[in-house]
Design a protein. Structure first.
Length: 82
């Protein structure tokens, strides 16, 4: 199974770059028919994870993927299934 991993630890405080990277991996996975994207916002206060989930809930983004799974064992990890 092909997978893309995006770790947001290094850019957690750069709002415009976060959105740009999220767009990039979603579009790359969709175009290359990659079945899984793993996004790591980290555990922290949960603000970055909320931001990522809000981004993924946008109508134009939501139509590109099938399902979102939040890792039950690791609060700081989200899986997007295509």
């Amino acid at each position: 199974m092909a997978k893309i991993k995006l770790d947001l630890h290094d850019i957690y405080n750069k709002g415009d770059l976060i959105e740009k990277e999220l767009n990039r991996v979603i579009n790359e996975a969709f175009e290359k028919r990659i079945s899984l994207v793993e996004i790591i916002p980290g555990e922290g206060s949960g603000q970055l994870k909320k931001r990522v989930l809000k981004f993924l809930d946008r109508k134009e983004i939501k139509k590109l993927y099938k399902k979102i799974d939040k890792d039950s064992k690791n609060f700081g990890r989200i899986f997007i299934r295509f």
